[in-house]
Write a protein that binds this ligand. Sequence first.
Ligand code: ADP
Length: 456
Amino acid sequence: MFSRLFFAVFFLFVTVTCGFWLHGTTGAWVAVTGVLTALLLTDYERGHRLEVWLRQGDPRAEVRLTGFWAELVDRIRRGYKTRDQLALQHQERLQDFLSAIQASPNGVLLLDEEGRIEWCNQTAAAHMGLHEQRDLGQHIVNLVRDPAFTRYVAQEDYSNEVIIEGRSHSLAQRLKLQVQLHAYGENKKLLLTRDVTARAQADQMRRDFVANVSHEIRTPLTVLAGFVETLQSLPLSPEEQQKYLDLMAVQANRMQGLVSDLLTLSQLEGSPPPPLNESVDLKPLMAQVRSDALALSALQGDGEKPVHNLTFNLPEQLHIGGSQAEIHSAVSNLVTNAVRYTPVGGKIDAVWEVDAEGQAQFSVKDNGVGIAAEHLPRLSERFYRVDRSRSRESGGTGLGLAIAKHIAQRHGGSFQIESELGVGSRFSLVFPNTRVKLEALPTSRQAPLLAAEASA
Ligand code: ADP
């Protein structure tokens, strides 16, 4: 810049001196005017070239300029470059930000002052049945037609959230959404949606559970209270009194059984998974289960001898890593059920097997009443019974299969049911090979060690 100024002043000085020397003052003025005009025209022509270059809008385009003008072009180029870099950085940041919001498990919607959708992430679109692009600019209340939501948007107090029904594409699943508006910017709104279906289901299950437990306890309690009143108010003979006391004992036992199963369930839910290194010897465990089953079977007859044909098979030296009490409870529930739901003279086989992959399976097969296919998916739900009165008559609580399934899963295994109405059932507990220990491999993997048979 200074060299250009110096050059212009030097050139002016030389020209003016020459002009003055040749023609005096007039010559000097002519020289000044000529030099300034030449400088102006030169700058105008260069400025024009710069303007054409700028209009092109491409900072990389060639432009033939020198000196001060070339430096100006260079600086403008650098300015463009910095601006483009900043724009790129902002774009990347915006993309990151949008990707993060897209990845959110919660729905995010931006609404303008009028409540029209400006932007929404995929989750919000899925929650509310919207189209991410097509529905932009639409009023949210026109698209989400839920009276609770419309009232919520209209009230303009968004301190609390509202629960509405979402629009899941699968009809089988009804979404429950927690929705809340937050004001931001100038009268704009941020709408957040959260899927609370699982929480709502858990709440419903809790309510159902409490209602079921209350119902189960209330029934024997009412019967007991009735008997107590009868004993208190009627002059009964000692035989009659004994009869009532026996009936009261049945109800008390039923309540005891229910409370004990409820405690078992709550212990299962509240405790860590059973350790792998605690080895359960199945031999004494199955001996106990067998003797209880024989006694229960006998009670269905004259009480003297079992009325079912029961067999128990157990491979030599089979141990399961896990909880002795839990395995006993699961196995015993299945065997007891088989005895309770198999008519007199029926056949029941309780078998432990180890398959080729090393998994251990305990299965109880009976040729009892069997279960219709429509009940099978819900059979291991708490308090689910096929025949309520039969279950109660035989001392059932409706929790046995739920406990067995829970125990199998806590041991990393699974619970399986196969049944056919009028033909019989097969209930199985499968334990993963990581929990199976065969201390000495037998020649035949399934040797009938506990051969307990009892014929009707
Ligand atoms: P419960 O105490 O009523 O027996 P469970 O949870 O043990 O409760 O069993 C749930 C239901 O499954 C029973 O009410 C019964 O209808 C059915 N069930 C269980 N085991 C058998 C079986 N071996 N044969 C037929 N039905 C069975």
